[in-house]
Design a protein around this ligand. Structure first.
Ligand SMILES: *Cc1c(COP(=O)(O)O)cnc(C)c1O
Length: 377
């Protein structure tokens, strides 16, 4: 069994994907081809924002947003302690200080209470200027944007939605990647919407920021790329990836998102039926997840390594996202302000275990995983 079965997806989409790639090869417009423009239009429409600017990966997408806001030395950026490294790495790369904030026990997303405490603390200390909140849509579920927006407004902060795992999620009828002042996503192959290499996108309703983003991603271009009015980077989505994504976005909308939700519901049903000692994923009322991960918590003091080894022997791959709180990463060691107290994150890192999840996972697959998990623990 595959953790995320990209081979099966390709077999199903093969005729369309092969055609799309062939067309790129024939027209040979490898950078900034028409497919990139078309994809950006389709993504903006799907998400429900005015502007989509694609770029080379989800990490650059975060960096470009921070560049537009001129965030750097002396600025505090609030980041959940339980996330992928890039969420905190990018503000630090820009010279700002990531301030790590604990997450909610149930949704694993940034805790509004801990967030406000951290903002107040930074203001009281007075050495850093609070500027932005990186809210991560962890494992596919949007963060608590109604509450985060209230806090952001109260303290005059910008919201950067890191939707790398969240594409396709919703709160009510509003789509993920539309909640931030700027929102980003990643098309890394294993994400909910993935391409065949690296890729990313940035979303905003703000015309001026959209223009700046288009400039920064191509060497700070002015009139054209040989007129350079600011220091930028080179971060484009190539035509081949755009062509693949156009095919995959269609499948994502037509059935993949529904099917991955069906697979997740099957796990939850099967795991609830056994006398369960596992904490199952909780999707908040009115929220919809794109299930980048199906993460359970093992009981206290379970030997997680042993469970993983047992399951691997039964042919079931599992993953630990994430084994380490951000504030314990060596890269942030000694960074003033970065270290906080995050007991929920500490506990999650010890107990979390992610099961195989993707739209092509069958009911039989789910049963096999649950059987192996029962036997292993
Ligand atoms: C994957 C991921 C990123 C980075 O995306 P890349 O395309 O790999 O650069 C950023 N944030 C989160 C939460 C992610 O999961």
């Amino acid at each position: 069994m595959q953790f995320r079965d990209l081979q099966k997806q390709y077999q199903i989409l093969k005729p369309e994907i092969d055609n799309a790639i062939q067309e790129v090869l024939t027209t040979a417009n490898f950078i900034s081809g028409q497919q990139v423009v078309e994809l950006e239009e389709q993504l903006a429409k799907y998400v429900g924002v005015k502007h989509c600017i694609t770029c080379a990966n989800g990490t650059d997408a975060l960096t470009l947003a921070l560049m537009v806001w001129n965030i750097g030395k002396g600025d505090a950026v609030f980041v959940p302690d339980f996330t992928f490294f890039a969420s905190g790495e990018t503000p630090a790369y820009e010279g700002a200080t990531p301030v790590f904030v604990d997450v909610e026990k149930d949704t694993f997303n940034i805790s509004p209470v801990s967030l406000e405490q951290a903002i107040v603390k930074v203001k009281e200390e007075g050495t850093l200027i609070p500027r932005a909140i990186v809210a991560v849509d962890l494992f596919g579920q949007p963060a608590n944007y109604p509450k985060i927006r209230e806090i952001a407004d109260k303290y005059g902060l910008l919201i950067l939605e890191d939707g790398a795992q969240g594409f396709g999620g919703q709160i009510g009828s509003q789509k993920a990647c539309s909640f931030g002042d700027i929102s980003t996503t990643s098309f890394f192959p294993a994400k909910p919407l993935g391409c065949y290499g690296d890729g990313g996108a940035i979303f905003t309703d703000n015309e001026e920021w959209a223009e700046l983003l288009r400039s920064y991603r191509v060497h700070g271009k002015g009139m054209d790329k040989y007129d350079n009015v600011r220091i930028g980077i080179n971060s484009r989505l190539d035509t081949m990836q755009a062509a693949v994504l156009k095919v995959k976005l269609k499948a994502f909308q037509a059935y993949e998102l529904t099917d991955v939700n069906r697979a997740a519901a099957k796990y939850t049903e099967l795991l609830s039926n056994i006398d369960t000692k596992f904490a199952l994923p909780i999707i908040a009322e009115g929220y919809y997840s794109s299930w980048a991960q199906y993460a359970i918590l093992l009981p206290k003091d379970t030997d997680r390594n042993a469970v993983q080894t047992h399951m691997k022997t039964a042919g079931i791959p599992t993953m630990v996202y994430y084994p380490k709180p951000m504030h314990r990463q060596g890269a942030f060691e000694g960074m003033d302000g970065a270290v906080t107290d995050c007991p929920v994150t500490e506990e999650l890192c010890k107990k979390v275990l992610c099961l195989p999840i993707h739209p092509y996972l069958t009911e039989e697959d789910c049963k096999a995983v649950v059987t192996a998990l029962e036997a292993a623990s």
